[in-house]
Ligand binder design. Structure first.
Ligand code: ATP
Ligand code: MG
Length: 570
């Protein structure tokens, strides 16, 4: 092998994360006959969140990069918590992220019959038994990390008796919780998962897909490996907490002499200021702390979508964080940085005023309206220009004026000249206040020679403000969002309280009477814009022709870029 080739191989190895390295190596050695088959196996008991996106991008990404396939499989083995609503949303969200399972959509429940057959095989091999211990007794017999377990008194039932009882369990002869089918492994195994784990429980509950056909349901560890095996998955990728379930995964498939995928674990995504457990997210929804799963403050895919996130931003974030074996928490600033990078390239610029302050241009010809040219996106040469109406009555941002400006405030103040973007230089000549002393209107003069925003005499101004024409602007409601929690780690609560005590009471601020430029008339829900100088905003589904509603997706200030700059300097 030549040196260059070696170098190439090395750099390829460096580029690949440890899972992709395994897949590449397996292809080289032809371990799976050249196949790469992964799966994303959500339990349909909630909506997908940004953590799931990491797993989705990993599984579908590997399939795409190695010319394999990725299955979308619903791990629907627990009928009491699963719903069609969740199934539909998961399908929508995976598609929205830009992935496709190419017809490989499966349900664990489709394999119930096969799983049952496999269980019968294990019984016949003397590797499984029907146990009559109650749930509480089973727990007691199990022992602890420091104390070995005790054999169940039912452990040595004959194969015939086990077959008979198991069949009757299936036939519905016994009440819920009265019996289980357990694997016969080792009650003193150091790994608690190997202490005769339960494979089936009795549960007289209708299943969304199999209805009343079954009253015994497989446990996760039993079902999951079989699902992988039946679908002939090659690489079964899961999160770290399943590392010590792997011996059991392997044990079942070995004892059955079944097709046996390789389970590989990676670290789950944790994000600052965010909870990711479906149980906790469900609580937030049920207790009304948020307006449903798709609330723009939620870390769910549908929440992020409504907030204005693009699939590209989420995918880029997943690429940047990579995969590894160590649990850590990612700074949410990185997610927002990826979002800004994408939106900066793709969002048309418009002018909008969130907290309007009226400005009257005293020397502007009465009744005149000009159409001034504005650049749609300086980052995109193909985005072109548009016309924005300018008139003698405008709105500017209330925060862009101060009657008594401190030293570093360069925006508008009495007697001061500033630029109105794409328009003219204006100078503030008068301040009108109401009876409470609050500023309600400014009077200015404009310099007609500065049309377009430059002075022919070369004079400079220190700031440029955005604005809208009062008579042309559209009213809009704007919803400003902040992190849902006040603490980096929401689970870090004072004693006696839980994560909900760290909810941010100011995570939503609604501005009811904003003004946006008229080009936004009829903007479709989901469309994204940069409001100049303010941030990125997305049209909410609540928006209509009569009432525009925007969500602030993210502000312009990018703390992550700052952190990176500082690191480069070091
Ligand atoms: P929860 O514990 O919140 O109920 P889960 O992991 O049980 O979540 P599943 O529906 O079983 O939810 O997850 C489907 C897949 O997504 C699994 O393979 C799981 O490992 C993966 N996944 C879930 N959460 C994360 C996360 N935070 N980071 C990476 N992958 C995740
Ligand atoms: Mg799970």
């Amino acid at each position: 092998m030549t040196n260059t080739k070696q170098n190439n191989n090395n750099s390829e190895k460096e580029r690949l994360d440890f899972i992709r390295q395994i897949v590449a190596e397996d292809l080289k050695t032809n371990k799976w006959d050249g196949r790469v088959v992964t799966r994303f196996p959500p339990e349909p008991n909630g909506y997908l969140h940004i953590g799931h996106a990491k797993s989705i991008c990993l599984n579908f990404g590997i399939a795409a990069e190695f010319a394999g396939q990725c299955h979308l499989r619903f791990d629907d083995t627990n009928p009491t918590k699963e719903e069609q609503e969740y199934i539909d949303s998961i399908i929508e969200d995976v598609h929205w992220l830009g992935w496709d399972w190419e017809g490989h959509l499966y349900y664990g429940s489709d394999y119930f019959e096969q799983m049952y057959e496999y269980a019968v095989q294990l019984i016949k091999k003397g590797k499984a038994y029907v146990c009559d211990l109650t749930a509480e007794q089973t727990r007691e017999y199990r022992g602890t990390l420091t104390k070995p377990g005790k054999d169940s008194p039912y452990r040595n039932r004959s194969v015939e008796e086990n077959l008979n009882l198991f069949e009757r369990m299936k036939a519905g002869e016994f009440p819920d919780g009265s019996r289980t089918l357990r694997a016969k492994i080792d009650m003193s195994a150091p790994n608690l998962n190997m202490r005769d784990p339960v494979m089936y429980r009795i549960l007289h509950a209708a299943h969304p897909r199999t209805s009343d056909k079954w009253c015994i349901y497989p446990m996760y560890d039993w079902a999951h490996g079989l699902e992988d095996s039946i679908e002939r998955i090659t690489h079964s990728i899961c999160t770290l907490e399943f590392e010590n379930h792997r011996p059991l995964y392997d044990w079942f498939l070995e004892k059955l002499d079944a097709y046996h995928p390789q389970q590989i674990e990676f670290a789950r995504l944790n994000l600052t200021y965010t909870v990711m457990s479906k149980r906790k997210l469900l609580k937030l929804v049920q207790e009304g702390h948020v307006a449903g799963w798709a609330d723009p403050r939620m870390p769910t895919i549908c929440g992020l979508r409504r907030r204005g996130y693009s699939p590209q931003a989420i995918r880029e974030f997943c690429r940047r964080i990579g995969v590894n074996k160590f649990n850590s928490t990612v700074d949410i600033a990185l997610l927002e940085h990826c979002l800004r990078e994408d939106l900066n390239k793709t969002s048309p610029r418009v002018m909008a005023v969130l907290k309007p302050l009226k400005v009257v241009i005293d020397n502007y010809p009465e009744g005149q309206v000009e159409e001034l040219e504005a650049i749609n996106n300086p980052e995109d040469p193909n985005a072109g220009v548009r016309k924005v109406p300018f008139s003698g009555e405008l709105y500017i941002e209330r925060d862009d004026f101060m009657e008594e400006p401190p030293k570093k405030f360069y925006r508008l103040a009495p007697g001061r000249e500033v630029r109105l973007r794409y328009a003219y230089f204006v100078t503030c000549t008068d301040v009108i206040k109401d009876e409470n002393g609050e500023v309600v209107e400014l009077h200015c003069t404009y310099d007609p020679a500065t049309r377009g925003g430059d002075a022919p005499d070369g004079r400079k101004v220190k700031s440029t403000l955005h604005w809208v024409s009062a008579g042309h602007a559209l009213e809009a409601q704007v919803r400003l969002y902040d992190h849902l929690f006040t603490k980096e780690n929401p689970d870090d609560a004072v004693e006696g309280e839980d994560f909900k005590s760290n909810l941010n009471p100011n995570s939503l601020e609604i501005l009811a009477s904003c003004r946006v430029e008229p080009s936004l008339a009829g903007a479709a829900p989901g469309s994204r814009y940069q409001f100049e100088r303010l941030g990125y905003f997305c049209v909410d589904p609540d928006s209509s022709d009569s009432k525009l509603v925007f969500n602030r997706t993210v502000s312009l200030r990018d703390p992550w870029a700052k952190i990176q700059k500082a690191q480069k300097k070091k």
